[in-house]
Design a protein around this ligand. Structure first.
Ligand code: NDP
Length: 280
């Protein structure tokens, strides 16, 4: 018998509403892995101690959520290339004796997207310029998207993200200020909502866009995981677009994290069903 499980987990505040532990442990159980995922409430002033504790106990890695995604970097030994460009870390991986920061939000998004469309050469319209949008934009650009148009309410963050993509990846990028009833430019292949519009409990909030400019053949993705069937997803589906909900991104970013920690490529269906069971 082995009574010593490999430890992983999450450091966040607040932590109680984060369902990640349920989907990750479902994957561990399904694959017969003797691994555990511990959901920890860690305030900012205790983050350094939490990381030291994880090192001391030999954790294989951990996730960082709000408010630690940027501040955790100073406690790590290195960053993966895309996490360095994004400037934020949501997954830390023990490599030998070193703790390396990764960002699986965008990688998970790209893995969720790959089965439904080719990313290479696409023109992307991205709503939002916060943490999720930065991760999605950088990974789409690194995956070969040709052009990313960033649309954001706040001009400063939007312009900064477009400049980052243009400077640090092979894609071209521009910032477009969010005008009322914004039209989706013709030639757009992928539309992504990475704002928090539509997130529970504000489930009736809608993007301010001209819905008639959503066309069949476009891929429309929403980062909002709860509820998964947002107004955007329902409207895009009715317009004949291919849709991708935020649960797909959430499941895939977790699956990428498990792969980085353990090398095991887990069954995403198991994780999605567990999330649906606990959330819906
Ligand atoms: P941030 O707070 O960093 O960014 C929020 C973004 O939403 C900003 O671009 C902000 O614009 C925009 N925004 C918020 N409210 C409005 C509004 N009323 N009108 C227009 N724009 C608005 O959050 P994150 O980037 O971390 O998260 C964004 C969403 O992505 C969240 O809902 C989160 O749940 C989801 N997410 C999903 C993941 C998944 O795996 N499915 C992973 C990570 C995040 P401005 O700059 O003008 O303030």
């Amino acid at each position: 018998m082995n009574f010593l499980h490999t430890l992983t987990g999450s450091f966040a505040q607040p932590a109680a509403e984060n369902p990640t532990v349920a989907m990750i442990e479902a994957a561990y159980r399904h694959h017969g892995m003797e691994w555990r995922y511990v959901n920890c409430e860690v305030p900012p002033e205790r983050l350094a101690d939490a990381v030291r504790g994880a090192r001391a106990m030999g954790w294989a890695g951990f996730n960082c959520s709000l408010p630690h995604k940027v501040t955790v970097i100073e406690h790590l030994d290195g960053l993966a290339p895309s996490a360095q460009i994004i400037g934020a870390v949501n997954t830390v991986v023990l490599q030998g004796d070193l703790l390396v920061g990764e960002n699986t939000d965008g990688q998970g998004f790209v893995e969720a997207l790959r089965p439904v469309c080719t990313i290479e050469g696409q023109r992307v319209l991205l709503f939002g310029a916060g943490g999720a949008a930065r991760a999605v934009a950088v990974e789409l650009a690194l995956a070969g998207a040709a052009h990313i148009t960033v649309v954001n309410r706040g001009r400063l963050r939007g312009q900064e993200l477009a400049d980052l993509i243009a400077a640090r990846t092979g894609a071209t990028a521009e910032y477009l200020h969010w005008q009322p009833t914004m039209q989706i430019p013709t030639g757009t292949g992928i539309v992504v909502n990475a704002t928090s519009i539509g997130l529970f409990p504000n489930v009736d909030d809608q993007l301010d866009i001209d819905w008639s400019t959503l066309r069949p053949g476009m891929v429309v993705a929403d980062a909002i995981p709860n509820p998964p069937r947002t107004h955007l997803i329902r409207t895009a589906e009715a317009a004949g677009c291919t849709v991708l909900d935020g649960l797909g991104m959430l499941v895939n970013q977790g699956a990428v994290a498990i792969r980085l920690w353990s090398g095991v490529d887990v069954d995403r269906g198991v994780m999605r069903r567990e999330l649906e069971r606990v959330l819906l």
